[in-house]
Design a protein around this ligand. Structure first.
Ligand code: SF4
Ligand code: SF4
Ligand SMILES: [Zn+2]
Length: 340
């Protein structure tokens, strides 16, 4: 247990948490919406500090981040819990778990930073569940990882406050932010997030202002967020922040409470790609469809193939070392050299 960051002690021992946009007011003996921050006698504690439930090594492409250190290995870490309750969550066994109900072990921030290095990783991703709700742990690891010259990545729902973005920004190199829909009702009804897309867009904007590399994932769920208008308005909102933000349209597979829906048809993902292009976005990808052209990076100016992928594997890479298109010289928004 660790005392929480980003909260204030109020009247009658109530703790006001400002880590995410739920902004819970937590009475003594109670927990916040995320179930992992508890008020004990007026002091707010993080129950997930140094309690990971999952540690693994992944390709950075799996996060997904395609324009950030392509081809590198990334150490991936999660704790239990999430501040949202998405009905389509594909990691619900972790995200919806109470920290007391799921097996975790104690691993110090120092030990994690050592593991990142000893596993030959170029950095670490705080992922699988939601890094916001293990913020103190991620923050302490992130500082140590930076001291080693390695990178930090958040894979996040973006529902954190601007204050939280500002606190982690000095140590955060990149983020993949889920933008689940452009409709407030979707966030409210499907995700338990009443502040909706505006809160997520504010996080993305704040990250870009701090020069954090951002890519966006939109899980396209048939019948829920896949209309032309929904997709167009979502793409335009991202492009208005920065047209160089890569967008990943991810194929939905029936899961958790949404098992009665079909997987996203290929035609829908192709339609989303065309809409994103019309909105001016420069890097448009398709996820969960191995072998699709949507896995490759193309030059936004001349259309030349820059990085060819199959699934999470890089087949060829003509851009990471130079950062420019070899055909036309266009500057490509891609960070980091490919290692190996
Ligand atoms: S992180 Fe969010 S959900 Fe959890 S206690 Fe703080 S404001 Fe509430
Ligand atoms: S934000 Fe992500 S981890 Fe949390 S419930 Fe939604 S899909 Fe699951
Ligand atoms: Zn080009």
């Amino acid at each position: 247990m660790k005392e929480a960051m980003l909260y204030e002690k109020g009247k009658d021992g109530v703790a006001a948490c400002s880590l995410c946009n739920h902004r819970c007011h937590i009475k003594p003996g109670k927990r916040g919406v995320c179930r992992v921050r508890e008020n004990r006698d007026g002091t707010l504690y993080s129950l997930t500090y140094e309690r990971p439930v999952s540690m693994a090594v992944d390709p950075i492409e799996k996060k997904p981040l395609f324009n950030f250190h392509p081809g590198t290995r990334v150490f991936s870490l999660a704790t239990a819990g999430c501040n949202l309750t998405c009905s389509f969550c594909q990691n619900w066994t972790l995200s919806q778990a109470d920290p007391g109900d799921i097996g975790s072990r104690q691993v110090t921030a120092e030990k994690v930073a050592e593991l990142v290095e000893s596993e030959g990783c170029a950095g670490i991703a705080y992922t699988y569940s939601e890094p916001t709700i293990f913020f103190e742990y991620a923050y302490d690891i992130a500082r140590l990882v930076h001291e080693k010259g390695l990178y930090n990545v958040f894979v996040t729902n973006g529902y954190m406050t601007v204050d939280a973005v500002q606190a982690i920004a000095p140590y955060l190199d990149a983020a993949n932010v889920d933008l689940k829909s452009i409709r407030p009702a979707f966030y409210k009804e499907r995700c338990g997030a009443p502040k909706g897309p505006d809160a997520v867009l504010a996080s993305i904007r704040e990250m870009r202002e701090h020069d954090v590399h951002v890519e966006v994932t939109n899980l396209v769920v048939p019948g829920l967020n896949d209309s032309d208008d929904d997709l167009r308005e979502l793409c335009e909102a991202v492009a208005a922040i920065d047209a160089g933000i890569a967008i990943h349209f991810s194929r939905f597979h029936p899961d958790y409470k949404l098992r009665d829906r079909q997987a996203t048809p290929s035609g829908t993902l192709e339609r989303a790609q065309a809409i994103a292009k019309d909105a001016g976005l420069r890097y448009i990808y398709v996820g969960n469809v191995p072998g699709s052209d949507g896995e490759n990076t193309y030059c936004p100016a001349c259309g030349g193939l820059l990085i060819k992928r199959y699934g999470f594997t890089i087949i060829s890479d003509a851009v990471s070392r130079t950062g420019v298109c070899p055909e036309c010289g266009e500057a490509i928004e891609i960070m980091g050299e490919r290692n190996g």
